[in-house]
Ligand binder design. Structure first.
Ligand SMILES: *Cc1c(COP(=O)(O)O)cnc(C)c1O
Length: 402
């Protein structure tokens, strides 16, 4: 027992030495632009609640109603007796919202990715991903046993090379193996966009499949706010559309949308779906209310307000001396580099009343630590002015080098 503790303490010491130690910060308020941490109200520029829905009355009322009608728990997995009406309502609405034949909800986006990839691919197959995809995709690829090939971020030439090589290999071995390309539409830690049209063209040329992770795009892009695939008019050419209910939709859970056969197959084969208790009725109902709100005029009001806010944050940060990559989403990374430096800046910002944790390895590459500023439609112009004033001092402190 002691050597177990010693071993863990050594491992923790190593994590701390590298500036990679993480700790939980208790929040004593609902999610929002101001959160209560350690008895202080902090201005929050770090959540993925892009449309300000996490504490929205319509979602809370729907959740409460579902608790009254269906209870707190689901009792079992969906395939035993946990497939409650709120889950079916959610999936019906999700399919309609995304313009897909069918939808399946999971307890999280992580579980959706894991369940879908491991159900669809095995060790004879190949998964090709962008270098910067989310950990859930990397973990799923590993667990599936498929060969994992990674192309440099948004590098279409490298993707084409990988697909060409895979083609000639399968001709030589006469083995029909499947290839799944996985990318995010909006990259979670960099906020830039994938060239989905070109990726789809390559996928079709080589007979591969595509899974598009719209975690940071659902609710925010496209005429009907379905995501970036809709904005590019490409949704019907994506085999597997994945997203989360926990970011712009303000609730919790994940989903896969696609053909009826895809969903029927996942119900039979996605282990994270089959072997896990169904999410509570409250979270399914909250997600349903969120989709209704996003589909309605209010969704457009929030979305356009979000882009206005993103624009003001961008302009304010540039004025404050920060060099920004092209801003294409509500995610604005201030790349600092060394982990310990990013951590020190995050601590100093917190001292100034602003909450932007340092994002470090393994969420991003080593030496790529950053302050990941995320903007919400709920931020007020005053919030943005306060952020800019503090970050102007920060930029001066670190010598305007960023
Ligand atoms: C957050 C996220 C997920 C996982 O979704 P959860 O609902 O939080 O489990 C998957 N992919 C990307 C790109 C994400 O940012």
């Amino acid at each position: 027992m002691n050597s177990f503790q010693d071993e863990l303490n050594q491992r923790l010491a190593l994590i701390r030495e590298q500036g990679l130690s993480r700790e939980l910060r208790r929040v004593d308020s609902p999610q929002g632009t101001h959160i209560n941490v350690g008895g202080r109200s902090l201005l929050n520029f770090s959540s993925n609640d892009y449309l300000g829905l996490a504490n929205e009355p319509a979602l809370k009322d729907a959740a409460k109603k579902a608790v009254d009608e269906f209870g707190a728990g689901s009792g079992a997995s969906r395939l035993i007796c946990g497939s409650l009406a709120p889950h079916h309502e959610l999936e019906g609405l999700l399919a309609e919202f995304k313009g897909a034949e069918a939808a399946l909800s999971f307890s999280s986006g992580y579980a959706a990715v894991m369940g879908a990839i491991c159900a669809l691919l095995g060790k004879e197959d190949m998964i090709v991903t962008d270098q910067l995809v989310h950990a859930s995709i990397v973990d799923a690829a590993r667990l599936s046993g498929a060969t994992l090939r990674i192309f440099a971020h948004n590098d279409l030439n490298e993707l084409a090379d990988i697909l060409k090589r895979a083609d000639s290999q399968s001709r030589n071995t006469q083995q029909a193996s499947r290839i799944l390309i996985v990318t995010e539409s909006v990259f979670s830690m960099d906020g830039d966009l994938a060239p989905i049209r070109e990726i789809i063209e390559l996928k079709e040329k080589h007979g591969a499949w595509l899974m598009l992770d719209e975690a940071h795009a659902t609710g925010l892009y496209g005429e009907r706010r379905r995501g970036l695939a809709e904005a590019c008019e490409l949704a019907d050419r994506v085999e597997i559309q994945m997203g989360t209910l926990g970011k712009a939709l303000g609730a919790a859970g994940g989903y896969i949308c696609g053909s009826r056969s895809l969903i029927d197959y996942l119900i039979n084969r996605a282990r994270t779906f089959i072997f896990s208790t169904a999410p509570g009725p409250a979270s399914a109902a909250a997600a349903t209310a969120a989709i209704k709100l996003v589909q309605a005029g209010e969704g457009e009001v929030r979305r356009s307000r979000l882009w206005q806010r993103v624009d003001s944050v961008k302009n304010a940060l540039i004025k404050a001396g920060w060099r920004l990559p092209p801003v294409q989403s509500a995610i604005i990374p201030l790349v600092i580099g060394p982990e310990s430096k990013a951590l020190a800046l995050a601590n100093s910002l917190r001292g100034d009343g602003i909450f932007i944790p340092a994002i470090r390895y393994p969420s991003v590459g080593r030496g790529q630590a950053r302050l990941r500023v995320t903007v919400s439609a709920a931020h007020s112009p005053e919030d943005i002015a306060a952020l800019a004033a503090t970050l102007r001092r920060t930029a001066q402190e670190i010598g305007n080098a960023h």
